[in-house]
Design a protein around this ligand. Sequence first.
Ligand code: ATP
Length: 366
Amino acid sequence: MKIINLQDKNLFFIGGVVRDELLGKESFDVDLTYVGNAIEYAKTIPDVQIVQINEPFGTVRIKLNDEEIDIASTRVETYPQKGHLPCVCGIGCPLKDDIMRRDFTVNALAKSTLTGEIVDYTGGLDDIKNKILRVLHDKSFVDDPTRIVRALKFSIRFGFELDENTKKLQDEYLKNINYDMSYKRLKKELVETFNLNSQAAFEKFINEGIYKLVSAKSFELPKVNFEHLIREFNPENIWIIYVGLLPDISALPLTKVEKKIVDDFNKLKNNKSFDSDFEICKAFEGLNLETIIMYCSINKDIVEKYLHKLRYIKIETTGKDLVEMGINPSSKYQQCFDFILEHKLKNPELNKVQEVELAKRFFGII
Ligand code: ATP
């Protein structure tokens, strides 16, 4: 655990950081909670610089010895609108009430900054030992269905399994989904889960029906191991390859690039056969690598041929060469380049001189 030079009887490490320490894993962010008003507490710390205050949430960012640290006040959260952001109330509540708003017992542990003692109100220590994900109450997924995706993420990261009742609650929720939910939060969890690049996560996502949170349309698991393909071709945007395969993800807020990847895939999907290498190259021209990998769900052989071989076959002839031949620029240029490419795909050994000959033939110069 990151060393924090702050000790107070009311100040606790909380959530993922305590879980990670018990699992012997490195934690990237350290969550601290203060039983009481964290903002008032922060002002009393010697040599502190207050960087940012969020009064309604009772959180504060401080700088101490060149290090920025976030401290939250204990708080209660309620879900008046199920599936949306919770309402914050009861700032400065007892530690137990802050613990009870959390998602799983393994994320509901606190550790005193003063004594190092672990506070476990929900049985999180045993669940960590037994690798179990357990919700804190039966309405947990109704309040916040993104927790279903969080459970998937933790099951993959730590090899944890849902306890029997939690699995039953998940199944019940997935049979009766309230689609009026925060898709921004859902997307954040999907991104974190699928950027782990795990075929096992994808299989659970589909086979357990978790994908129905995104879209009610049914979907079958493609017979392709995307984890291997992603490792082999190393695309930038991993999550969209998995989630973008679903028939309709229009509910998720996508970036421009993500939308292009998915729209291109949906257009390409109907193209199930190609008559030549040239047709393959033209179909994949201008597409993101992610879209091309997604197309493996339709025709893996074509994609492998393109990514291993065809995409490296490039013509050397340029517009400048055609100008030098006395041809005025026009749409015929592209047709000429395609004509050369079509030949070069059949005979990749073609050199520049032979390409120029082909260009001349195309324009009827020889
Ligand atoms: P990591 O950051 O390693 O992915 P984490 O558990 O720290 O894991 P965060 O998303 O940073 O995950 O959340 C910090 C803590 O806040 C969690 O450990 C959990 O106690 C609580 N939490 C986060 N999201 C939810 C949620 N949707 N519902 C209830 N509690 C949550």
